[in-house]
Write a protein that binds this ligand. Structure first.
Ligand code: FMN
Length: 271
């Protein structure tokens, strides 16, 4: 089943949550070492409600929370087994329908909204999609129907409390943004929103072009459909798209959002 992005389904939630999303974009960073103190109960309740709401947006994507430290057998790399999830008190898994095509884009959008909600509640996370034993993860949550694991994130308190703003290694804007003139203030904020988004292996495989009246976000390369649950540049691009849409909504600069191409993903936002 092909699952095209439907912005009518997600923009109302982004617009409603714009303060939460843009505030969390500034403070979120990946946490790989957690303390043994459990996550605040009210935060978990709010996260559970958000996971359920986001799971209604696209029939091919579900976010399922688990109430235990993720079993270390679920991870392929010793480094991750020992660090990334050790001590995290809970986790969330992103699932996609096994026969879905294009659900990776939705995973990027909805997964990042969930990750930002967690950050806004003081709950730390880390997207993990490439170094997982997906079949084992699936068994551990046993959802109904035909589902495949896309990613997991631990949910926890950091081993060492964060001080100040996170330092993130990111590509320079000049390498990601093309424009024929200097950016206006709101265009720069949209570009910085894209820059702040996390990505697999920190590769940031997306670019932005800014023209009068529109901002276009592009997945790098030619694009490629991958089996359900695969980590794709399109998924990464949609993580960045979440940030860009939230920032543009905050600045009142979204009139229309259209998918210009699905492969590679190209999304144009006009004001
Ligand atoms: C889609 C996706 C998949 C990821 N998969 C993994 C993974 O398999 N293993 C891992 O250690 N980190 C993984 N990461 C974490 C990234 O490496 C991390 O987000 C990146 O280093 C940026 O972190 P920062 O935003 O705190 O700077 C993944 C991130 C994303 C967005």
């Amino acid at each position: 089943m092909s699952t095209a992005l439907n912005f009518d389904a997600v923009l109302p939630i982004i617009t409603r949550d714009v303060g939460m999303l843009t505030g969390a974009m500034v403070i979120r960073h990946s946490t790989r070492k957690y303390s043994t103190s459990p996550v605040d109960h009210e935060a978990l309740t709010a996260l559970q409600a958000y996971a359920e709401e986001l799971s209604t947006v696209c029939a091919d994507v579900r976010l399922c929370m688990g109430d235990a430290t993720p079993d270390s057998k679920l991870f392929k790399l010793e480094k991750i087994r020992r660090a990334s999830c050790k001590n995290a008190s809970h986790f969330c898994v992103g699932l996609v329908r096994t026969d879905s095509v294009g659900s990776d884009a939705w995973v990027g959008l909805l997964g990042e909204m969930y990750i930002l909600k967690a950050a806004s509640l003081g709950v730390h996370t880390c997207w993990i999609g490439g170094t997982l034993r997906k079949a084992e993860v699936l068994k551990s949550i046993a959802p109904e129907g035909e589902w495949t694991v896309s990613f997991i994130t631990p949910l926890g308190n950091p081993e060492t409390p964060t001080q100040g703003f996170p330092v993130r290694k990111r590509k320079e804007l000049s390498k990601m943004v093309s424009t024929a003139r200097p950016l206006s203030d709101w265009e720069r904020r949209a570009a910085e929103a894209m820059q702040s988004a996390p990505s697999a292996l920190n590769k940031q495989p997306r670019t932005m072009s800014v023209e009068n009246g529109s901002i276009t976000l592009r997945e790098e390369g030619k694009g490629k459909e991958s089996p359900s649950g695969g980590m794709t540049k399109r998924l990464d691009t949609c993580i960045a798209l979440t940030h860009v849409l939230a920032q543009l909504a905050k600045d009142g600069k979204i009139r229309t959002v259209e998918t210009v191409s699905s492969l590679p993903l190209v999304v144009r936002i006009s004001q």
